[in-house]
Design a protein around this ligand. Structure first.
Ligand code: ZN
Ligand code: ZN
Length: 244
């Protein structure tokens, strides 16, 4: 208790001593965990529109669900990401892993929190790292973001509910089938009681192909999760889908 009070006080003192800086370029700004006006215009926010299920921008249709999701409803019932993956969002994702961790996690959570839907008994579960990666880095960057989301949204996080039981190769350049195979069975729910009957909100830093999240969702469903959603900071989106 005393420790947490001291921690909070020193954090506030630090906030007082150090002016807030733009999360992208580092210039001094008025508000913490935000962007300067210059970077603000460059951040590719994805907004709340798009397919009700996968969240990808809808083009030339009045439907609220895209043709892909209609044809084969994905295991993840709702996917939302704050921004498109580009130089700025990649910069934040890198600094989340290698520096200014807590400040960057707060910035990301600030823009991700409004994308999390209400309803049901919810629990935030970060996409797990393999323990070899965890030992090397000392922390799971998605767990930091999940903890900040939990504070903002006042819903619990279960950072240890899942584990990655083997190292998975980088999925870049693989076909959809190869990716599915590469991550198949790589995730395990360690604590089924934490997810059974609940809406599980998977938390990831960067969503690329979705194969990893899909493999997590498969394990969560098997462990009895009622519904699975996903929220990420950034998402790789085909430039043709972005109206900029
Ligand atoms: Zn800036
Ligand atoms: Zn869709």
């Amino acid at each position: 208790m005393l420790r947490s009070v001291i921690h909070t006080c020193s954090r506030q003192l630090l906030d007082f001593a150090l002016p807030p800086r733009c999360s992208a370029c580092g210039v001094i700004v008025a508000e913490a965990h935000s962007f300067c006006s210059d970077c603000w215009t460059k951040v590719a926010f994805l907004g709340t529109g798009g397919c009700a299920t996968c969240g990808l921008p809808l083009q030339g249709t009045d439907a609220d669900t895209c043709a892909v999701c209609l044809a084969k409803p994905p295991r993840i019932a709702r996917t939302r990401s704050a921004v498109a993956y580009d130089d700025i969002s990649r910069g934040l994702a890198i600094r989340l892993k290698y520096g200014h961790k807590v400040a960057i996690a707060k910035t990301m959570a600030r823009f991700m929190a409004p994308l999390v839907a209400d309803g049901g008994e919810r629990v935030l579960v970060p996409v797990p790292l393999h323990r070899s990666r965890l030992w090397g880095r000392g922390f799971n960057q998605s767990a930091l973001v999940a903890a900040e989301l939990a504070r903002r949204l006042l819903i619990p996080a279960a950072p240890l509910a899942m584990s990655r039981t083997r190292r998975t190769p980088p999925l870049k350049g693989m076909s959809a089938l190869q990716r599915r195979r590469a991550v198949a069975g790589a995730f395990r729910v360690r604590d089924p009681a934490a997810v059974a009957g609940k809406t599980v909100i998977l938390v990831d830093d960067v969503l690329t192909t979705g194969s990893t999240a899909e493999a997590c969702a498969r394990a969560l469903k098997r462990a009895g999760a009622a519904r699975i959603e996903l929220v990420s900071w950034a998402r790789v989106v085909k430039p043709s889908l972005l109206m900029r």
